[in-house]
Design a protein. Structure first.
Length: 401
């Protein structure tokens, strides 16, 4: 390929959803030439999110008016037989306008001439090129060829960048409707059931009596959703609109390669307990931005450097918490209705709600888990449960070693 047939950018980001837009915004002050490739023509569409995000969002980014549509104060956890517990604490998660959130940093980036967006353009593949002893990535899109020092895959759960690096996410399939209904406006509900054991069914109040009702499962998601709506007595024909989507399931992947970084859903930075990825990816994007700047400062784009500046800090922070989310998920997947009933009873009888109020954190559960396991009743319940389900112990050991 002729050298002149390539456009040159310092950084090429694939995907202009929340991860790609936020990272390019963070990098926009660094004087680097950045290109963002997005397959879709419109940012934020199709809308595919329940949009429930902890209040940490406003610590991580400056939230303009209009993004937060509602806040919930109670989480209702419902077992398959309809038994439930309601929990509330200091955390009042936001319900956000996800399309507006995706557009927030895209709009800001439009004011910066160093950031170029190519919309309606698909990333296809990359190859390495050595030029004057320096390694570059040559990127092929549906419309052009790009040469870059760094390629960042923010291209979601089925990442094409990741695929070429042999990084693959296990995934869940999700479906959701928005509908006018009469549930509680300040309560988010999670419905657990063996048929959709890899996550749960949800009711999230958007505000103005509009609810986002959805489900995610590894198989038969449409069948599960039909059953879920029947249980809720909801007629799908009254929906305002319907969304689908894919959620990575597991723990964080390898995210550092020579001249290449993976971020967001592409990196598996998603909580296995809830399918939520936004707090994790915003946290990781800050490490990624620092890493990119250090790579340029040191003129070193090797896997070793990217591991040191990006993968290691991610692993030591969100990576550990994501493992914990996955361990909790492994346990929840084996929960039978009677286990939920016993667990609800333990929480109520031992006044564990106050621990949840003090230490409960939707994103970083470590502190709460440690406090809970110090309660004899909880520890004995978990140990008995693990003895009855030794397969979980093997999975935990595999994860740790
Ligand atoms: C139904 C559903 C509900 C969810 N609810 C919540 C929630 O309540 N709270 C929460 O925190 N998280 C939630 N999530 C997860 C959250 O939406 C993701 O973690 C988040 O969107 C990940 O952002 P991202 O930028 O990494 O990837 P994505 O949002 O998946 O964006 C990837 C982008 O890359 C583009 N792209 C892909 N391939 C290419 C290519 N080859 N070339 C060019 N562009 C490409 C895509 O078009 C897309 O714009 C939910 C997810 C789903 C599916």
């Amino acid at each position: 390929m002729e050298e002149s047939s390539y456009e040159y950018f310092d950084v090429c980001i694939v995907g202009a959803s929340i991860a790609g837009n936020y990272l390019s915004f963070l990098l926009s002050t660094s004087n680097l030439r950045i290109v963002v490739l997005e397959d879709h023509r419109e940012i934020g569409l199709p809308f595919q999110c329940a949009g429930i995000i902890s209040q940490k969002l406003s610590q991580l980014i400056k939230l303009p008016k209009g993004i937060v549509l509602n806040q919930v104060i109670t989480a209702k956890i419902v077992s398959s037989s309809g038994k439930f517990i309601k929990l509330s604490g200091d955390e009042h998660p936001y319900i956000v306008d996800r399309v507006a959130l995706d557009r927030l940093y895209y709009d800001k980036n439009q004011r910066n001439t160093k950031v170029t967006y190519y919309l309606g353009e698909k990333y296809k593949s990359f190859e390495y090129q050595i030029d004057n002893d320096k390694k570059y990535v040559l990127i092929e899109t549906s419309k052009r060829k790009i040469k870059s020092n760094l390629l960042v895959g923010c291209d979601g759960p089925l990442s094409s960048v990741g695929k070429q690096l042999k990084v693959k996410n296990d995934v869940l399939y999700a479906t959701q409707i928005r509908i006018k209904a009469h549930f509680s406006e300040d309560e988010a509900a999670m419905y657990f059931d063996p048929q959709w054991k890899q996550l749960f069914g949800w009711i999230v109040p958007e505000g103005n009596l509009i609810f986002r009702i959805g489900i995610a499962a590894a198989n038969n998601v449409n069948e599960c959703f039909k059953r879920f709506l029947e249980e809720l007595n909801i007629d799908i024909n009254n929906k305002i609109d319907q969304q689908g989507g894919i959620i990575p399931y597991g723990i964080m992947n390898h995210i550092a390669f020579d001249n290449i970084v993976l971020l967001g859903d592409a990196a598996g930075q998603v909580k296995a307990t809830t399918g939520g990825g936004i707090i994790m990816l915003l946290t990781a994007a800050k490490y990624a931005s620092r890493c990119v700047n250090l790579c340029f400062k040191n003129n070193n784009f090797s896997k070793k450097a990217i591991k040191k500046y990006y993968e290691k800090p991610c692993s030591q922070t969100i990576g550990r918490e994501l493992k914990l989310h996955y361990l909790i998920r492994l346990i929840l997947e084996k929960f039978k209705d009677k286990d939920f009933v016993i667990f609800f009873k333990i929480i109520k009888e031992n006044r564990i709600e106050h621990l949840i109020t003090l230490y409960g954190d939707m994103d970083f559960p470590k502190a709460l888990i440690i406090k809970l396991l110090r309660k004899r009743t909880v520890l004995s319940f978990v140990l008995k449960f693990l003895v009855k389900n030794p397969v979980i112990i093997f999975k935990i050991l595999k994860l740790l070693f």
